[in-house]
Write a protein that binds this ligand. Structure first.
Ligand code: MD6
Ligand code: FE
Length: 203
């Protein structure tokens, strides 16, 4: 892991191939361990529809959604505390941010062939001066980036396995989403698909 000058797309800093295949393998094993304790589930949106993306979390908080809205919870829906964020993932945060604080949530998003994530802002956290760091593993995902208003113009970039993206500063509240997955484009996951990790400081 050797962060060189990132690509800057509207304030989103994108480190292409920051993680070597060996590093990706270690992280994936660690995430599999997390998911064993805290199985993936499909959160229900405020509109009552299950999301197409499977989710779980590690850390003091996990992201959760149901008909009462989006929020952070201390426990998995099965009633157990979220597992700790693996060291292999914590190291990425230290490599690409200069934050004194460690993240207290690692949200795990799992995409199968038809899954997508609509344009959204990450605004359920308390202090937007901390960045959100995202890690892509497995199949490529088409990442759409806009501005701080939903109507703002957008542009897209394919995120590949091992890419790391930092959303901070003026981009912290920018709209973004995943339009589609190039299913089968990576051999990292046994059954294909894409895993995205996002690290956040919550409270
Ligand atoms: C994804 N990512 O890449 C979805 N959020 O699957 C996000 O929603 C995201 O990539 C905040 C910061 C970076 C991200
Ligand atoms: Fe997001």
């Amino acid at each position: 892991m050797d962060p060189v000058k990132p690509l800057n797309l509207r304030g989103f800093l994108i480190y292409k191939s920051l993680l070597s295949p060996a590093e990706q393998g270690v992280i994936l094993d660690d995430i599999r361990g997390v998911i064993k304790q805290a199985p993936l589930f499909s959160p229900i949106t405020a509109w009552g529809k299950p999301m197409s993306v499977g989710m779980s979390s590690a850390g003091r908080y996990g992201w959760y959604s149901d008909r009462s809205g989006y929020r952070y919870e201390r426990k998995h829906p099965n009633g157990t505390p979220w597992p700790a964020i693996p060291q292999s993932v914590m190291r990425i945060w230290s490599a690409v941010t200069d934050c004194a604080r460690a993240p207290d949530c690692c949200l795990i998003n799992h995409y199968t062939e038809k899954a997508r994530m609509g344009l959204h802002q990450d605004n359920d956290e308390q202090d937007f001066s901390f960045p959100v760091v995202s890690v892509s593993l497995g199949d490529e995902g088409l990442f759409r980036i806009g501005g701080t208003e939903r109507k703002d113009k957008t542009e897209s970039i394919w995120l590949s396995s091992g890419d790391v993206c930092v959303m901070g500063g003026s981009a912290r509240l920018a709209y973004h989403g995943i339009d589609r997955i190039r299913f089968g484009s990576s051999a990292l996951l046994r059954n294909n698909g894409r895993i995205n990790l996002t690290l956040r400081v919550v409270d």
